[in-house]
Design a protein around this ligand. Structure first.
Ligand SMILES: C[S@@+](CC[C@H](N)C(=O)[O-])C[C@H]1O[C@@H](n2cnc3c(N)ncnc32)[C@H](O)[C@@H]1O
Length: 234
């Protein structure tokens, strides 16, 4: 059973996503528990102050270190501690796999201009970004990480095959999918998918996955090719 702790200024943002679809079902099956910790619980003044002006000046408020430190002190088994941050290392499928096999994962959500950098410097904390853009807060980033991790838990998906054939699982983008009708507004489903020839379909999907990865993600393609060469599997 995986426990995902989330420390946030906006706990209400987690209610529906944690109760819906794969994330909700996985919790219902006892595969994961979500513990959403309101940051303001760890304030000690009448106004429950979580932020302050930036040293050195400049626009925007900075989240204070103490509430995050105290929230972490209170967690018995935090597992990897991730501070969602636009300056973090990119979140990847490999990280999702790593975190899905642990017992716990803790996500810290920033907001406003920034989080006091001593939170990122606390031992064991890693800064992770979900992409090269800036969100208003870490909550939606945390939800992306949670969903990506939870769907990898054995039993979370009805058919585990569907995770194993998704993008990134084997280092490639996933091939395109089609369903009925066979022709729609002049666009036909590729013949091979209607052929019933499983070997041909698998070969077509492989070729599409390789083409898309080569065209859209030369970085992934280079890694994939290198892996295959050094494996001797190619
Ligand atoms: C407005 S942003 C702060 C951006 C920060 N001043 C910067 O330029 O790197 C507020 C919070 O949103 C979250 N956030 C923003 N962009 C993110 C991203 N790409 N990945 C993960 N978290 C992000 C972080 O928790 C961050 O502390």
């Amino acid at each position: 059973m995986l426990t995902i702790n989330v420390v946030t200024l906006f706990p209400e943002l987690f209610a529906a996503p944690c109760a819906t679809s794969i994330m909700g079902r996985a919790a219902g099956q006892g595969l994961v528990t979500y513990r959403v910790v309101p940051l303001r619980v760890y304030t000690h003044d009448r106004h429950q102050t979580v932020d302050d002006y930036a040293y050195g000046g400049g626009a925007g408020m900075v989240l204070k270190p103490e509430p995050f430190f105290e929230a972490l002190d209170d967690l018995e088994a935090a597992g990897p501690v991730v501070l969602l941050s636009a300056r973090g290392r990119p979140f990847t499928h490999d990280a999702a796999v790593r975190w899905s096999i642990g017992a716990a994962l803790t996500l810290l959500c920033g907001h406003y201009k920034d989080v006091d950098h001593r939170v990122a410097e606390r031992e064991g904390v890693e800064e992770v970004s979900i992409g090269d853009f800036v969100l208003s807060g870490g909550e939606f980033a945390a939800l992306c990480v949670m969903d990506a991790v939870v769907r990898l838990l054995p039993g979370a998906l009805g058919d585990h095959e569907s995770a194993a054939t998704d993008s990134y699982y084997e280092g490639l983008l996933s091939p395109p999918s089609y369903t009925r009708p066979p022709t729609y507004r002049g666009h036909a489903v590729p013949e091979v998918l209607l052929s019933g020839d499983h070997a041909k379909i698998a070969a077509w999907r492989r070729a599409q996955a390789e083409r898309l990865t080569r065209e859209r993600r030369p970085d992934l393609w280079a890694r994939y090719e290198t892996g295959h060469r050094s494996d001797g599997t190619d």
